[in-house]
Design a protein around this ligand. Sequence first.
Ligand code: GRF
Length: 205
Amino acid sequence: MSVVALISGRGSNLDALLRAGIPVAAVVSNVAGAGGLVIAAKHGVPTVVVKHGDFASREAFEAVLAAEIDRFAPKLVVLAGFMRVLTPGFVQRYAGRLINIHPSLLPVFPGLQTHRRALAEGVKLHGCTVHFVTADLDHGPIVAQAAVPVLRDDTEESLAARVLMQEHVVFPRAVRWFLDGKLVIEKGLVRVKGDDAQLLNSDSA
Ligand code: GRF
């Protein structure tokens, strides 16, 4: 029933999962000084560092990454701010049990600098998405989204902060659904058994 979380940075989403009582068996980081490692240790969760720079190829890095993950035999692997592109082979190995949190309302703004791009486009609604990971970067079946209005005076920082608050709500909720066996993928679309709302917003969350 456990989860392995992959991180690269500060780990606020990891913290949200742990605070929500998600059973995280281990945290694996590709960055030695990642803040999330400290958060994991505070919660008594084992940590592993696999530095991508130590390997000659993506495949060699991922072979060790997968071996570390598999030691914990997780039911689910979550990307909680893991900033490495994964090869199709790795994604296939964890097909149907690999979930990511992305800071935009996919399919708009895949990739990086999503808040800056949202402001530059003048969108009025922004947010975050939890989705199953496929070989197509930031394009897998959508589990849940949280919407955040873009305010007239928003900066990249203020918008990012409001989206992040919603990430911390929607990510644990989606992971709990998975662990409870509530997610069904049909023709590339995700349904939640029991019809829990898959769209949250600042008012409903
Ligand atoms: C979050 O914005 C998440 O959506 C993205 O990377 C960031 C990670 O932040 N994938 P944190 O490390 O969880 O604080």
